[in-house]
Design a protein around this ligand. Structure first.
Ligand code: ACO
Length: 370
């Protein structure tokens, strides 16, 4: 018995931006981007909101359209939980999960957001599975809790809103999109067999982005009122210092963008991915030989190549979707998972590993039987 993954969907914005277009924005080349990252193009949301993308992916996963891969059509009233992973919400309140609940009419669902950067979908799936196991109708732990039989887990981003389009180190990497999965508690299937999530402190601020709140406060620290023109907050300055972006902002760089020290993140990512795969295998007590394929976070094809070498597996053991998506953060794993179903590479009974790493630092993996 366990939480089975039974529905999958994805959505991308209409606009496709090829590497050649970025050559006109920054000092880069298609050749550099392809060889250093594996990315050829990405989708950029201009008209679409994060909620629009998430809604389209969720409708596919719920079997309400012909676009996704769903074992059956789920009624809105059957969904008990929505976990929405994102670092680029359209709104802080209501949560993106709350917005989606309303749009889809999920009248029985508990709904909340999760911020674990690119590992968001793995964290979200782990949280949903834990809540389902604790609250399943047959579980001893269910007493006094809402029974959770079905969950919708979303990873959706408009990362290009956080992108500094003048910074060639980052702007070539990111894209927008959404992926969704339906989890169903099933007495007859193992479903999720193991999960592993972990944090490491990002002491060097290798990945950071200040929050976008900008309502000015009228008070000084001693309680006196500020001069009207001097309303801009000292609190933001404190966070900028802590994140290491104060100097960059002082030098005229934009504040609310993603700052990244690529090589430092690369080093963390390469190790974290292998570690997460090995940990989840050991928790589920199975060997990599029993696994059909790995669905990795699509940040850089070279990171996946490094993991393939470490795990002694060929590249075709890994789902590769990065060429036409770029790094879509929390959306990356569920979008790649949807591609794997579309390519017919996942069959009932196959054991699959989802693995990701991201800002925070966060990393983790989920192992499930299809
Ligand atoms: N075009 C041309 N040259 C470039 C570009 C570009 N777009 N970007 C960087 N360069 C240059 C650099 O300036 C540097 O030049 P220099 O040697 O003259 O100083 C040279 O290329 C090499 O730069 P590196 O940063 O060492 O290149 P690297 O091979 O490490 O690739 C990259 C950079 C792609 C960013 C890589 O480090 C990476 O993928 N890191 C991991 C990113 C990641 O996984 N992020 C995930 C988390 S994102 C999230 O959580 C939202």
């Amino acid at each position: 018995m366990g939480s089975a993954l039974v529905g999958f969907g994805k959505a991308v914005p209409a606009l496709v931006v090829a590497n050649e277009t970025l050559e006109t924005l920054v000092d880069t080349s298609d050749e550099w981007i392809v060889t250093r990252t594996g990315i050829q193009s990405r989708h950029v949301a201009i008209e679409e909101t994060n909620a629009d993308l998430a809604e389209a992916a969720a409708r596919d996963a719920l079997g309400w359209t012909n676009g996704g891969f769903s074992e059956r059509r789920f009624d809105a009233s059957e969904i008990d939980l929505v976990v929405f992973a994102t670092i680029t919400p359209d709104t802080v309140c209501p949560s993106m999960a709350g917005l989606l609940r309303r749009r889809l009419g999920l009248e029985n669902a508990i709904a909340f957001d999760v911020n674990a950067a690119c590992t968001g979908f793995v964290y979200g799936t782990t949280i949903a599975e834990s809540m389902m196991a604790a609250c399943a109708p047959t579980s001893a732990g269910a007493t006094g809790r809402n029974p959770i039989r079905r969950a919708l887990v979303i990873g959706a981003e408009r990362l290009t809103r956080l992108t500094n389009w003048a910074d060639r180190n980052t702007c070539v990497l990111f894209g927008d999109g959404a992926g969704a999965a339906v989890l169903e508690w099933d007495e007859t299937r193992p479903g999720i067999m193991g999960s592993f999530i972990v944090n490491q402190d990002d002491f060097a601020n290798a990945l950071s982005s200040p929050a976008a709140y900008d309502a000015p406060q009228p008070f000084n620290a001693d309680g006196t009122l500020k001069e009207v023109p001097a309303l801009l907050g000292a609190a933001e300055q404190g966070i900028d210092d802590e994140l290491g972006v104060a100097e960059l902002v002082g030098a005229g760089r934009p504040r609310q963008v993603l700052y990244m020290d690529g090589p430092k993140v690369f080093k963390f990512a390469a190790e974290a991915m292998t570690e997460a795969v090995n940990q989840v295998l050991s928790r589920a007590n199975i060997s990599l030989d029993d696994v059909a394929c790995i669905i990795p976070h699509q940040a850089n094809e070279r990171i996946i190549k490094y993991a393939a070498k470490k795990l002694n597996r060929p590249m075709d053991f890994f789902q590769l979707s990065i060429a036409h998506t770029g790094n879509t953060s929390a959306a990356s794993v569920p979008m790649a998972l949807c591609d794997a179903y579309a390519n017919g590479r996942i069959n009932r009974g196959d054991k699959i590993i989802l693995v990701a790493f991201g800002g925070g630092f966060t990393s983790g993996a989920v192992l499930y039987e299809a």
